[in-house]
Design a protein around this ligand. Structure first.
Ligand SMILES: Cc1cc2nc3c(=O)[nH]c(=O)nc-3n(C[C@H](O)[C@H](O)[C@H](O)COP(=O)(O)OP(=O)(O)OC[C@H]3O[C@@H](n4cnc5c(N)ncnc54)[C@H](O)[C@@H]3O)c2cc1C
Ligand code: SF4
Ligand code: SF4
Length: 433
């Protein structure tokens, strides 16, 4: 990794697909970029996905080369496990920011051998498998993590020292402390992505209470080649499901939970998962409860029709409650919108197609300037139609889902716009020819 300096042309905040794309575009034309990622690996949500709609290309095959190109680029410095605070604007193209690098308790001498993981006696929920299985207190989050350096989850570590004893590279270092560095930058791109709706906030769907009610991200993990189980299973009893339901718009288009807007990707990712399930479990029935199917992109409608042809059942119905039976099956009570009747149906696994929410971290990053927030809590674009990459601060741009729900191709396009605007701002303010 290039040496950390204190001056850069661009600070990119967030290392998902949008942040990587923006950083690469600018680095490729010679600008020095620092990319700061909160998580312990770059890659964002895309690294968690199985395949992508509507082409069903493997998500990891698209994102892994992008991750390694970003990590190896000589003009990009990366800080993971880190956050940004106290951004100040001093004059045009003259910002400062404080970077906080949290300790990993493992040095860069780590070879990624995972011997420490085998020996560590602590098992906690693995957030990278969306809590479907456990992980150790010292761990590498996933096989294609970048950097591939272990980290100790100090909150759950019992300080037994076993990892330190077995590490062949002597890489465990419990003396590491948080580091703060001040940097100077000329421009900033916010690419902090989105948060997922927490379905426990809708107790009527039973998530957290009934183990066979899972989220769409948990289903993504069950459909990837590196899945936690060998096949798709019900978490409660390990039985292979044969009658799976999807509840669309969980946490989207719902004033009662404060998110009135459409998440734009849930219809299509549910159709994608339904098709993948039909391949993984050919005997299974898949039913999708929907209010409207939003299949607005190129090839999306054809993809939706294709799933109907494959046997996926679509019910225009609003789900009211989900209750568990004594056999672990789930009774879905819904309003059949076409017939105007309240009905019930039994399924053995329910997937909640959870919506996308704004990640509001950006609101606390700035010190002497205030950044605009739109009515839905995303980064405010100065003009959504004509200047979608510009924020309310000159020299600060936005890329990807930090400005609103969008799919991967649109996040990449948005990152292209943000990097073009940034390059144009730098050329103008640096008086470059
Ligand atoms: C279940 C599911 C399935 C999906 N399937 C598809 C699909 O098949 N096809 C498709 O096109 N789209 C799909 N999507 C949508 C896709 O995930 C997004 O379009 C894409 O991930 C957006 O990329 P992003 O970089 O904007 O955000 P993210 O992927 O959210 O990346 C943001 C990055 O910023 C980091 N970050 C956050 N806060 C900070 C901070 N304060 N400081 C530093 N870093 C920070 C995060 O850790 C993360 O690495 C799916 C979404 C879901 C939920
Ligand atoms: S910390 Fe040591 S034992 Fe653990 S993965 Fe790294 S090199 Fe291997
Ligand atoms: S010291 Fe902590 S991380 Fe290391 S083996 Fe013991 S519990 Fe696991």
């Amino acid at each position: 990794m290039p040496e950390q300096k204190s001056e850069y042309d661009v600070l990119v905040i967030g290392g998902g697909i949008a942040g990587e794309e923006a950083a690469l575009n600018l680095a490729n034309i010679g600008y020095k970029v620092i990319l700061v990622e909160k998580d312990i690996s770059i890659g964002g949500k895309m690294i968690h996905l199985s395949k992508v709609f509507p082409t069903l290309d493997c998500a990891a095959c698209i994102t892994t080369p992008k991750v390694s190109e970003t990590a190896r680029h000589p003009n990009i410095s990366i800080l993971t496990n880190s956050e940004v605070k106290d951004i100040e604007k001093h004059s045009e193209s003259n910002f400062s920011a404080v970077l906080i690098e949290k300790p990993r308790y493992v040095t860069e001498d780590c070879t990624g051998c995972q011997i420490c993981e085998e020996k560590c006696p602590v098992v906690v929920n693995d957030q990278y498998q969306w809590d479907l299985v456990g992980r150790k207190a010292v761990y590498i989050p996933f096989s294609i993590a970048n950097p591939r350096i272990a980290v100790i989850d100090i909150e759950n570590c019992i300080l037994c020292g076993l990892c330190e004893k077995v590490c062949p590279a002597n890489a465990i270092d419990f003396t590491q402390e948080e580091k703060q560095t001040e940097i100077k930058i000329k421009s900033i791109i916010i690419a902090t992505g989105y948060d997922l709706f927490d379905p426990e906030l809708m107790p009527r769907y039973g998530f957290g209470k009934y183990k066979n009610v899972v989220t769409s991200m948990q289903m993504e993990r069950q459909l990837v080649p590196t899945r936690p189980y060998n096949t798709v299973l019900r978490p409660k009893d390990g039985k292979m499901p044969d009658n799976i339901a999807y509840v669309l718009c969980t946490g989207s288009r719902d004033e009662t939970i404060g998110n009135p807007i459409c998440s734009q990707v849930c219809c299509m990712y549910s159709v994608k998962q339904a098709q993948l399930l039909m391949g993984a479990l050919p005997m299974a029935d898949v039913t999708i409860y929907y209010i409207h199917i939003r299949a607005f992109g190129k090839g999306f409608c054809e993809f939706y029709q294709q799933s109907k042809g494959m046997g996926v059942e679509f019910i225009k119905g609003k789900v009211g409650t989900i209750k568990e039976n004594e056999n672990g099956n789930l009774v879905v009570r819904y309003e059949d919108i076409e017939e105007g009747k309240v009905k019930e149906a039994e399924h053995d696994l329910v997937v909640l197609s959870v919506g996308i929410l704004a990640n509001t971290d950006f609101t606390t990053m700035f010190k002497n300037i205030k950044i605009g927030q739109d009515n839905f809590n995303y980064v405010k674009q100065t003009d959504e139609l004509t200047n979608p990459a510009k924020t309310t601060i000159e020299g600060v741009f936005v890329a990807g889902t930090a400005s609103g729900p969008m799919d991967i191709p649109d996040s990449i396009l948005s990152a292209g716009a943000a990097s073009a605007e940034t390059a144009s701002y730098l050329r103008r303010t640096n008086n470059e020819k």
